[in-house]
Design a protein around this ligand. Structure first.
Ligand code: NAP
Length: 292
């Protein structure tokens, strides 16, 4: 058994002997691999039977190719919904209320007036119209939180809905004050938020992405953000850890390093699922959360 990182939380200690090291050093005869959304070529590991992915997203793992070689893939759905939804709300608040910009100003000793004015007018989160793209586990957790902020919630997903909040994607983008992305990255969602679709966003709209960078045309997003027409809170990028240079100096962007599930509690719960899947595999029992 080989893991590309030692996972946090008590459950880890229940694993039998596991070697931890960089992905490139994984021995070719390994039967169980624990990874964090790393591309695994099943042909490199002829004995491989299980890839236990530490995360709900598994877009870098070719599940079909693995299945064809008799390799099962598991992920960690459900336990990171709250943490990810919380960060999405945090990015909405930080971006629209200019929290990071304000923090920078105070720390730099540039707070020059007794009452904030002019430069620090933001936009409301409470009562805003929120468009959720992908109303699955995490999207639904965002919707639940949004109701506490008295937001009007619109949503788009793969399956049409008769619900009053359902919109076709282009209509959602035209109508929303805030758009929050919660689809997996698949061939169908790659570039889903294209240059043409970004242009549909209202002036002053806020885009929040805690899904995957490549769901958005990143070059087009950078152009929109540089123009100042929209704002964004971004946890994910196309070529992580690279972040487009043009974004770093922009006041209308809040950037976080893919931390949506990064709480002590959630990461321990994710480890629990990884360990439970490995345990089930070793005992020859049905896996807890297989994908595909
Ligand atoms: P989920 O429960 O499977 O929900 C996915 C939603 O996306 C569903 O509503 C689904 O529609 C929709 N969808 C899928 N393909 C679509 C398409 N082609 N067009 C429109 N909608 C589509 O997934 P989840 O657990 O909420 O997780 C979502 C993603 O969040 C993960 O895959 C992962 O990449 C990302 N994530 C990121 C972080 C982070 O650290 N930043 C943390 C956790 C998760 P239907 O309901 O119609 O099937």
């Amino acid at each position: 058994m080989y893991a590309t990182l030692r996972l946090p939380g008590e459950a880890w200690d229940e694993l039998p002997e596991v070697e931890v090291g960089p992905f490139d050093s994984a021995p070719g005869d390994v039967e169980v691999l624990i990874v964090a959304n790393q591309a695994v070529d099943p042909d490199r590991f002829p004995s491989l039977r299980l890839i236990a992915n530490y995360g709900v997203g598994f877009d870098r793992i070719d599940v079909d190719a693995c299945r064809a070689r008799g390799v099962t893939v598991t992920n960690t759905p459900g336990v990171l919904d709250a943490a990810t939804a919380d960060l999405a709300l945090g990015l909405m608040l930080a971006t629209r209320r200019r929290i990071v910009e304000g923090d920078d100003l105070v720390r730099a000793g540039r707070w020059g007036t007794a009452w904030s004015e002019g430069p620090f007018l933001g936009h409301e989160v409470s009562g805003a119209r929120l468009g959720i793209v992908g109303l699955g586990r995490i999207g639904a957790a965002v919707a639940q939180r949004a109701r506490g902020f008295e937001m009007e919630v619109l949503f788009y997903r793969r399956t049409r809905s008769e619900d009053a909040g359902y919109r076709e994607l282009d209509d959602l983008l035209r109508e929303a004050d805030i758009v929050s992305l919660h689809t997996p990255l698949t061939p169908e969602t790659t570039g889903l938020i294209s240059r043409e679709r970004l242009a549909l966003l209202r002036d002053g709209a806020t885009l929040v992405n805690t899904a995957r960078g490549a769901v958005v045309d990143e070059d087009a997003l950078v152009d929109e953000l540089v123009s100042g027409r929209i704002a964004a809170g971004l946890d994910v990028f196309v070529h992580e850890p690279h972040v487009p240079e043009a974004l770093r100096g922009l006041p209308n962007v809040v950037l976080t390093p893919h931390i949506a599930s990064a709480t002590v509690e959630t990461r321990a719960a994710m480890t629990r699922i990884v360990v439970d899947n490995v345990g089930a595999f070793l005992r020859g029992e049905p896996l807890v959360t297989p994908v595909g």
